[in-house]
Design a binder for this molecule. Sequence first.
Ligand code: IMP
Length: 457
Amino acid sequence: MPTIVVIGGQWGDEGKGAVVDRLVGMEKPTKVVRFNGGGNAGHTVKNELGEFRLHHVPSGIFHPELKRTCVLGGGMVIDLAKLQGELFELENPKPAVEVEPRVFKVNKAVSVEDVKISLLAHLVMPWHRLLEAQEEEMRGEARIATTGQGIGPCYSDRAGRRGVQIRDLNHETALKEKLNLLYPYNLGKLREKYRAQLPSQEMILQELLSLAEELKGHFADTEEMLAEAQNKGETIVLEGAQGTLLDVDYGLYPPFVTSSHTTRWGAYLGSGVKPASDDRVIGVFKAYVTRVGEGPFPTEDTGEAAQQLRNRAKDRGSAEVGTTTGRPRKVGWPDIPLARYSQRINGFTEIAFTKTDVLDELEKIKVAVAYRLGRKSLSIPPRDIGDFRNCEPRYSDMPGWCEDTSKKRRVQDLPEEMKAFLRGFETGVGAPIHLIGVGPKREEVIDLGERNLGSIL
Ligand code: IMP
């Protein structure tokens, strides 16, 4: 069976968690793997077990009926204390609460026994968050507005060969020696204000040892496990975090990106799974665009339509606020040049188009079909950040459908205006839409299976 790679096509928050949750139920993989990022991610899943927010654990965790292992791959950077809390909450969910009239979160316990963590994954150490806060302060007005989870400094240490890995936790003496080297080194990099917040070396060591003791049953040679699964022809799902436009190499643009590889290519690198020509590569795109943090955003809207979108998203149970940070996300119009760029980098074999129901009440939808840069018309964003900042979107106005689509389950039943909108996106990007999300719940989806819009409409 081919490997299925799920990648965010935009700036993250496209709804990958819900797509993976559903996909796992349908394709029944034996392994579901997160391969990049860490505590900066926030994958929201709503299903019959309740509503969950995952930071490290793959969204395949909610299928207890399947014999599947959820893997935290070697490309991840893991905050062990945060992960411990996440696993605990999955096993000991908070009691059901009423969140708004007639809507309940009914969290049921989930077994985390099958969660395995790669020995190669790196640990986010207490100094990483402090170094990040210090750097953001140093940048001042030019700050990246990161999630504050220590992700950048942790990946920098990985590249600089100064990282602490899961495998180090199996060797107490070597771990102590590593801390003897790293603690004073990092203390020296921190200014007084931040230095005072760093726990002592002994406290850090004891905390690591106690977390390792508790979590060691999850540590595994996951690369070997995945190679075996692949040799046996088992189905593997690789679940991306963040989105293509935040990729450390291909994102638009440094420094307004995360520090990991968020694309299809990062999926292989961060899991150890070999690419194959028949892999399915699913690009997840939200029907509009959002962004958290700083950086250019050509189709951003701060007016009435944006407020309408926010309100509708909130009403539909997926308010546009950061899952990890609680920051409001900036909102903008659908952007074909960006999506086309994403397609060019990843080579998606199909598209999962999410949150279309959020557009239900708009009378007019502005779709950016190209950029104008001076006298030039561009079909994909320019590589130069200055040029990108100066790009003006060229919009095509499409009529909205002004109809509730959340109950639709067949593409034939969708309003004509919505069909035209979907076809326009698919044609503009150059990959077929196979899944249309019409709400945050598992069942609120139109699945085209093997067929595509063109063959049905
Ligand atoms: P970092 O990953 O915390 O270093 O943040 C770098 C940039 O990526 C910032 O603009 C963040 O807002 C953004 N970012 C990181 N993780 C996510 C995510 O899961 N969703 C959306 N944006 C993210």
